[in-house]
Write a protein that binds this ligand. Structure first.
Ligand code: PMP
Ligand code: GLN
Length: 407
């Protein structure tokens, strides 16, 4: 039997997904995601892994106890397709508590296998071959892959250092009569920017003008540093065209549980649910109640999560500055970007591959979050994750301080 690479046409979905996420190797073979590549390299070299964004400490013990108790009590079979009522109700209560958004847990919320499935089901539900989907660039790698799987065209508008906030004029230029959706990510991975209200309103106005859907990935909603997170769905004109996506992974430091959710107008949510049934059907039975309990934690829990992370941002940023990088202070997320150019580096992809061997630290090069044409603008940028224990961040900073002498 021939290997799939030889049998499948260029348009095969797996190849389109690989192309969308920049996973095609130079020889036409398939690579793995940059996160997997860098985590594997970190493990092989024993490097401190500041690449893939996952915390090195678990979230609340009460949530772990709830999941363990659920397994012991026999919550081990399929969850309902749209998720258990307790979690849908908790998502609705969370949207009301933090943002004043009234969401019907019965018809306007579904629970998904992480934010990733929510993104995939939303795009596959609404986007056809020939449609265009707008994102900012750099963009989270799954966006390119899923847009390609849907057979759509991915159009981007640039985000640039130092603040990585878009200009509305360049966003407007990305819209056309074929734009079906804008896929927004706020707070933004990898850039770390948090969009202010006027900018979000400008985006909504463009979506209204072009009759485009807004699919808003807000997985870092609680991880902002001194600036508020504003869900785009709260802005005038947005509610009836917006699907809002989030996940327990980042807020509660349980990235491996893969419990996500989405909310939006009933008719849109029903269409997404139709697709979602045929992706995973449902998942995470013993975790759903635990996440519902997490969403009901007092306000202090959410405030502490952000302030703890802000302190870690500051520790790593100071170390990166001392190592000679230009540091772009993020307003949210797990990530800080630096420019490596002051150290004489022009290619951060090459540096990222050598960094674990050189100083024992792994990071992610920002050009992998871009199409080849857009990669040039961020050629020397590198992304570091600071969702790690303080002593590990300090050790990483000490190691990076030696980089200049090893290049
Ligand atoms: N969106 C963004 C912006 C992310 O950074 C991630 C990675 N956590 C995801 C979606 C995927 O989230 P999940 O693990 O819940 O599928
Ligand atoms: N969201 C994580 C990051 O940006 C990675 C998740 C993954 O490995 N797919 O680092």
């Amino acid at each position: 039997m021939q290997p799939p690479a030889e049998r499948a046409s260029l348009a095969a979905p797996w190849r389109r997904a690989a192309q969308g996420a920049n996973l095609l190797a130079a020889d036409g073979g398939l690579g793995v995601t940059i996160f997997e590549e860098m985590t594997t390299l970190a493990v092989q070299t024993g490097a401190i892994n500041l690449g893939q964004g996952f915390p090195d400490e678990d979230g609340p013990q009460s949530m772990k106890d709830a999941a363990r108790d659920a397994i012991a009590a026999g919550a081990n079979q399929y969850a309902p397709g749209k998720g258990f009522p307790v979690l849908r109700e908790a998502v609705a209560a969370h949207q009301e508590r933090f943002y004043g958004l009234a969401v019907d847990p019965e018809s306007e919320v579904i629970i998904t296998t992480g934010a990733t499935e929510a993104l995939a089901a939303s795009l596959l539900a609404f986007v056809q071959p020939g449609d265009e989907v707008v994102t900012f660039e750099p963009f989270y790698d799954a966006y390119g892959a899923i847009i390609s799987l849907a057979g759509a065209t991915h159009v981007t508008a640039p985000l640039s250092a130092p603040d990585f906030l878009p200009e509305l004029a360049s966003l407007e230029a990305a819209f056309s009569s074929r734009t079906r959706a804008i896929l927004l990510n706020n707070p933004h991975n990898p850039a770390g920017s948090v969009f202010p209200r006027e900018l979000l309103q400008g985006i909504v106005d463009l979506a209204v003008k072009h009759d485009a859907l807004i699919i808003s990935d807000e997985v870092y909603e609680h991880l902002t540093f001194g600036v508020p997170h504003i869900p785009v769905a709260t802005l005038p004109g947005a509610a009836d065209r917006t699907i809002t996506i989030s996940s327990a992974g980042k807020t509660f430091s349980f990235t491996g549980w893969k419990i996500g959710w989405l909310s939006g107008p009933k008719d849109l949510v029903a269409a997404v649910r139709t697709v979602k049934q045929f992706l995973s059907y449902s998942s995470g039975t013993p975790f759903q109640g635990a996440v519902a309990a997490g969403l009901a934690l007092p306000d202090e829990f959410f405030a502490d999560a952000a302030s703890t992370l802000q302190r870690k941002r500051d520790i790593l940023s100071a170390g990166l500055r001392a190592a000679g990088f230009d540091v772009f202070t993020p307003q949210g997320t797990y990530f800080v970007n630096v420019d490596t150019a002051p150290l004489g580096i022009t290619d951060s992809v090459d540096l990222a591959r050598r960094l674990p061997g050189l100083v024992g630290v792994a990071a992610i090069p920002v050009p992998v979050f871009c199409h080849p044409e857009g990669a040039e603008r961020v050629r020397s940028l590198l992304r570091f994750a600071f969702c790690k224990k303080v002593d590990l961040l300090e050790e990483a900073a000490a190691r990076l301080a030696t980089l200049g002498s090893k290049l």
